[in-house]
Ligand binder design. Sequence first.
Ligand code: SAM
Length: 245
Amino acid sequence: MNMTALTISRRLRTVAEYCLPGAKVADIGSDHALLASYLLVHNLASFVIAGELNEGPYQAALRQIHTLQARDRASVRKGDGLAVIAPGEVDVICIAGMGGQLITAILEKGKSKLPGVKRLVLQPNVGEELVRRWLLENGWQLIGESILEEDGIIYEILVAEPGDPYVPYQGQSRTLEELIRIGPCLWQQKDPVLVRKWQREQEKWRSILAQVKSSGRPEAAARIKEIQTEIDWMEEVIACLQAGN
Ligand code: SAM
């Protein structure tokens, strides 16, 4: 397969850009092994392991890797999460396109495989704060975060290395808990896409608020107050991001 024949999403290209050049990379939950193929075709990795739990995508990954000239630098493995790698086998682990809950469950279950890993590149579709909290509690320092919009969907990519996990949260104008929600690196970057993310989140909560208000239930009062607090917090976050402070 030549380089132009392999097109992948901007989301996966961004994940690929965060892999250390020449590293041994494991892509867990690889589906059709597109990320693994891209890393090989563009010589961004010295070796790739594509891990898949499910038979259909595993077969698709095998077929995809088979089309590559560089297939001697790839291994497609069927199994649950980090079970497909041996301790010390890879430098970088990518887990992309899943919910934050599944990503953290995979990391937690596969903890014994993490010593020696130099970098984690994680792209949760939802529940980013769960991933940040797991990194914080397990000695992984966020060294970068990216946010991007593709086909109307907003994605975040979290990059971590072993280190003091509190460093990116220090000296910031927000509390630790707020930064776990927003992203400490994203808060500093103030990308317009981050503003859009929180505007959308706020719109979602505004419509929930309208529904709760119209329900007319007596127990709704406390919930209305809670939701309003949330909306006000988002309003303030958006204003700060827009003002760039
Ligand atoms: N990583 C690709 C991407 O970002 O485009 C594919 C994402 S796809 C939505 C999630 C993939 O993870 C599916 O192919 C699914 O079979 C696989 N998967 C789910 N749980 C897994 C687990 N515990 N271990 C390995 N793969 C898993």
